[in-house]
Design a protein around this ligand. Structure first.
Ligand code: 1GP
Length: 255
C-alpha cells in the first residue's frame, strides 16, 4: 500500500460502512493455525482491518507472525505495538501510539523514540494515535505492564480532555481501551462524550463480546471497534460475521 493509504482506507470504510470492524491478533495467545485461519476468512466475514500486537509477549516470534498474517489476507495488517520490539517490516502500517492517559514517560515518548528509526527503515505508514486506558473493573495486562493508571470509568470529562489534547497534538486517531479481556467495556456514555468533543476518529476496544456491544459503540460515536480474544473459540466464524455485520448495519442486530 502507498503512504497514507491505510489511514485513508479506514476513513473510507467509516464513510461507506458507517463504522469499521477490526480484529486484534495477539500472536502470543492462541494457536497459530487458529489465528491464521481467522485471518484467511476475515475479509469474507466482513472484517475491515487486522491489528497485530501484544502488551506482553512470552513466547511468540512476532515478526514471523506478522509475515504469516500478511500472507493469509489482503486486508490491511496494522501493528498495534506493545513495545518498539514489535515493529516489523511486513505490516502495512502501525498505530504509532502514545499512552496519553498515563504519565509514564516510557510509554508517552521513550518507546516511540526507540521505534521511530525502525518505522523509517521499514517504510511503515505511521498513524499517530492517542491511546487511552479506561478502568474496566480489574487490572489488565496493559495497565500492569505500562505501570499507568487508567482513566476512571465515571470520569468522561477527563477522557474528553485527553482526547482533545491528542487531536490538538496532531494525532489522527483516539483509541479508548478497556484492555484485552476486560470484564467491562468502555462505558457508552464515555464513548458518546469523547466523540462529541473531537473530530478525529475514535477506536473502541476491550471486552466487546456481542453484536449488540459493537453496534452500541458505533451508535455512541465510535468509528471503529476492535475485538480480540473473544474470537478464539469461533471455529465456524459465525460470531465474526455477526460482529462485523452489526458494526456495519444496525438492521443486522437481532433483538
Ligand atoms: C485490546 O481492544 C482490544 O486492545 C481487544 O480486546 O481482546 O477484549 O476483545 P479484547
Amino acid at each position: 500500500m502507498n503512504t497514507g493509504s491505510v489511514y485513508n482506507h479506514l476513513l473510507q470504510v467509516r464513510e461507506s460502512r458507517g463504522g469499521g470492524f477490526m480484529i486484534l491478533v495477539d500472536p502470543d495467545k492462541g494457536h497459530e493455525n487458529d489465528y491464521l485461519a481467522t485471518c484467511e476468512r476475515a475479509e469474507d466475514c466482513g472484517v475491515d482491518a487486522i491489528l497485530v500486537g501484544s502488551s506482553f509477549m512470552l513466547n511468540s516470534n512476532f515478526a514471523g507472525a506478522v509475515g504469516k498474517i500478511k500472507q493469509a489476507t489482503s486486508l490491511p495488517v496494522i501493528i498495534f505495538p506493545g513495545s518498539f520490539a514489535q515493529i516489523t517490516p511486513d505490516a502495512d502500517a502501525i498505530l504509532f501510539s502514545s499512552l496519553i492517559s498515563g504519565r509514564n514517560p516510557a510509554f508517552l515518548i521513550d518507546e516511540q523514540v526507540k521505534g521511530a528509526p525502525l518505522v523509517k527503515k521499514y517504510n511503515l505508514e505511521a498513524i499517530p494515535t492517542g491511546y487511552m486506558l479506561i478502568e474496566s473493573g480489574s487490572l489488565t495486562s496493559v495497565q500492569y505492564i505500562s505501570g499507568s493508571m487508567p482513566i476512571p470509568r465515571g470520569k468522561s470529562d477527563i477522557a474528553c480532555a485527553h482526547a482533545m489534547a491528542a487531536q490538538y497534538l496532531g494525532m489522527r486517531l483516539v483509541y479508548l481501551e478497556a484492555g484485552s479481556g476486560a470484564g467491562r467495556p468502555v462505558p457508552l456514555e464515555m464513548v458518546r462524550s469523547v466523540s462529541s468533543y473531537v473530530d478525529i476518529p475514535l477506536i473502541v476496544g476491550g471486552g466487546l463480546r456481542t453484536a449488540q456491544d459493537c453496534r452500541d459503540c458505533v451508535e455512541a460515536g465510535a468509528s471503529f471497534v476492535v475485538v480480540g480474544n473473544h474470537l478464539e473459540a469461533d471455529r465456524d466464524f459465525s460470531l465474526l460475521r455477526q460482529l462485523a455485520a452489526a458494526t456495519h448495519d444496525k438492521d443486522s442486530v437481532k433483538v
